[in-house]
Ligand binder design. Sequence first.
Ligand code: BGC
Length: 403
Amino acid sequence: MKRAILALSLIVLSSAMIFAGGNTEGVVLNQDKPVVFFNRQPSDPVSGEIDMSAMTWNDSTFYVGFDAAGGGAVQGKLVVDYLAAADPAVIDRNGDGVIGYVLCIGDVGHNDSKARTQGVREALGTWDGSTDPGVAKEGSAIVGGTEMKVVELDSRAMTGTDGTTWNANAATDAMGVWATSLGDQIDLVISNNDGMAMGCLQASNYPAGVPAFGYDANADAIEAIGTGMLAGTVSQNVDAQATATLQVLRNLLDGLTGDEAVTVGITEADANGNKISADMMYLPETRALLAQNTGVTAANWTQYQAGQRDQGIKQLPDSVPTKNVILTIYNSGDNFLSSSYIPALQYYAPLLNINLTIVQGDGQNESSCLDRFMNLSNFDAYAINMVRTNSAEDYFQRIESGV
Ligand code: BGC
């Protein structure tokens, strides 16, 4: 019976196409087109568990990001190394023998944010089994050769009044309150990203000289390291991620399958000699292709100054057909995506003969992205950065309906 229905539907479908004068040759159905999620990994916002039903939606679905857990550890080490080299008499501002820090949390429902909170707390011994704000125990660290207590004085999710996460203005406001209420107990300011770290530094009562740490290596943060305003940040290698997002789509559109989809032009040179210069790692169990993190401090900041692009990626010849890709950005106001990721995409897309249409949301409502994610049959592939990490199904429905 099922077979009879299937056969009948195929006849109806093909006659409809013939009737419409359609030529089905070479037509790819939307549900068979490549999909790459990037920067916001499909996952459960509470547990962080990867949404494998999203990641296996079709054979051409992948995630491109960076090693989030490794990055949390890099940020933690940056802070620990800083303390190890510090003079206790200077860094412990009130001389109470305790290093107090405040922590800006980006988004409690985002894996990158969770990994950084965990990495920093583990390194400082304050990890108490949860990435939630306020959950930390007393830790310790070596400061200039002496072991000292470490206390997380406060931590908050930096959500703006409009509901947007990773909000730099919320960090400025929180820092203002912290500086007043906690005074010279604050010896360190640590943030899940650069936008919020720079936001803290903007507070009019920021305690001068207190070291602040961010994450992302945005251009303004790198310059702030150069001038001594910021103590450190972590590069998640935006160039490698942006190129990889586009290269995976390019590979799938060129008909590569299996391992080749995630290695050609990435860890192995393609036919034109293109290859990402930085290390990339592929995790088959989560279909995730990840860039590596590096710590940035006063010792090496000049290597991370703006405008340095991957020389391993060169212009593809005209014989490689141009493909149309629609790409969503969850929040047009996100510092990292707008100041680092989008410029990198705009640099590499033309080199890979990809015609990129970028649509941007408001960071609060999925509909702000979904309503602009349209005319989907006109695109060869989709790159998705969701507002909420558990919204993949909404995008798939759109793609299937072809609107
Ligand atoms: C970045 C944050 C950014 C977030 C957006 C993270 O990987 O570090 O700065 O706000 O992605 O999803």
